[in-house]
Design a protein around this ligand. Structure first.
Ligand code: PGA
Ligand code: ZN
Length: 401
């Protein structure tokens, strides 16, 4: 037991230069600090990140309403703390206090409790036997909402399949570097930049980007001695307009889009595809899962928004076989945990994930180990991305000691 003695919320910067919130919790013998991230291609069923009046309104609510009630609570009473956050908010989607305030408070309480017990967060939450580190999944080419002038598809990702986590981290970063070199060769003299998550941005068609990605994966695999596999986050809700999937050069009905994605999976040997269909198209997800779900991990992000009820619908309909886990989509650690449990009980893989607007907070690295997630999507390079990747390397070292 370690009772909360003080709690502070403040406005801080995220990697896009936007404002976000950070919460610190001090207990008799523990301390926790967590900052919340923000998305750009947010799902319409996510909780609301901040109240209408912005981050300042969240900070004020924290000081006026949360601090007086949270002080004196035991930091390890996670459910009680999360229930209190729901009660103070009083709305179904955290629109009054902000989901980002809820998640930063909830997670910093967990960090404070772990520190009071003198164990790392992954062990406090996952137990003494938690030892599986999720495989890092990082984007090498970006487009969509994360990059102006790039591909329609949001994220061209790679996943290194080495035994050691540190080899996977370096393998993904090396593949990212190879892609940069290949882009410079392919587009001489053209401006090549980086998007919100550190992936390369170039004026390429989706198919050209895929070919280049697969070529880089093959080259990295043969040089590194372990497989580096291609994956995509299509973020398809972003270009689903009036019943059709509209790309720069073509458009598809939902049925034809299932065939299109299935053909990409087969042609490019995709290991994982996230958000291949619109966020309300459970039926399309089910058809795609039926068609290629045996050889490809089909992940629902905007489809499920880390929400237990939406995942229940997906399970009933056979939509997807994996779920992206973003704690700030749902607002508390308890809600996140319950969704992860439901996924596990039903054979859905979990992929813990960063957001496009991040801070140097590394909490998701610990959650990924505690939850036994299959993968952790947190980019391949860049300060706020390597904060998570380097923490995975430290966790691996801790587990081997
Ligand atoms: P977001 O995108 O953080 O901008 O919502 C990430 C994703 O779609 O996975
Ligand atoms: Zn996504």
């Amino acid at each position: 037991m370690s009772f909360i003695e003080n709690a502070v919320a403040r406005k801080v910067l995220d990697s896009r230069g936007n404002q976000t919130i950070e919460v610190e919790i001090l207990t008799e013998s523990g301390y926790g600090m967590v900052a919340a991230p923000s998305g750009a291609s947010t799902g319409e069923h996510e909780v609301q990140s901040f109240p209408k009046m912005g981050v300042d309104a969240s900070v004020k609510i924290f000081e006026d309403e949360i601090v007086p009630q949270i002080i004196g609570m035991d930091s390890s009473e996670q459910r009680a703390i999360d229930t209190l956050l729901h009660q103070i908010d009083g709305t179904p989607n955290f629109s009054r206090i902000g989901g980002n305030l809820a998640v930063a408070t909830s997670l910093s309480a967990a960090r404070a409790a772990a520190s009071a017990y003198g164990v790392p967060l992954y062990k406090y939450m996952g137990g003494a036997l938690a030892s599986d580190i999720p495989k890092p999944l990082g984007n090498v080419i970006g487009g969509g909402r994360h990059a102006i002038g790039g591909t329609d598809i949001q994220e061209f990702l790679v996943i290194s399949m080495a035994k050691k986590t540190s080899d996977c981290v370096f393998g993904n970063a090396y593949t990212h570097k190879l892609v940069g070199q290949m882009l410079k060769k392919k587009l001489p003299g053209a401006a090549i930049g980086k998007g919100d998550e550190g992936a390369w941005v170039a004026a390429l068609s989706n198919e050209d980007a895929l070919s280049l990605q697969v070529e880089a994966c093959d080259k990295a695999s043969s040089e590194l001695g372990f497989k580096v596999l291609p994956a995509l986050d299509m973020a398809a809700s972003e270009y689903f307009k009036k019943g059709k999937y509209v790309y720069k050069d073509k458009s598809f009905t939902p049925e034809k889009h299932v065939d299109f994605v299935a053909s990409l999976v087969k042609e490019y040997g995709l290991h994982l595809v996230e958000d291949p269909m619109d966020q309300n198209d459970f039926k399309g997800y089910a058809s795609l899962t039926e068609a290629v779900g045996k050889k490809c991990i089909i992940v629902g992000d905007d489809l499920f928004v880390t929400n237990k009820e939406r995942l229940t619908t997906g399970i009933k309909k056979g939509a997807a076989n994996a779920i992206l886990i973003k704690p700030n989509q749902i607002g508390t650690l308890t809600d996140t945990y319950e969704t992860v449990q439901l996924a596990k009980q039903n054979g859905y893989k979990t992929v813990i994930s960063h957001r496009s607007g991040e801070t140097t907070d590394d909490t998701i690295a610990h959650l990924g180990v505690a939850f036994g997630s299959y993968a952790i999507k947190c980019g391949a390079v860049g300060g706020e991305r390597i904060a998570k990747l380097n923490e995975l390397i430290r966790i691996e070292e801790d587990l081997e000691a």
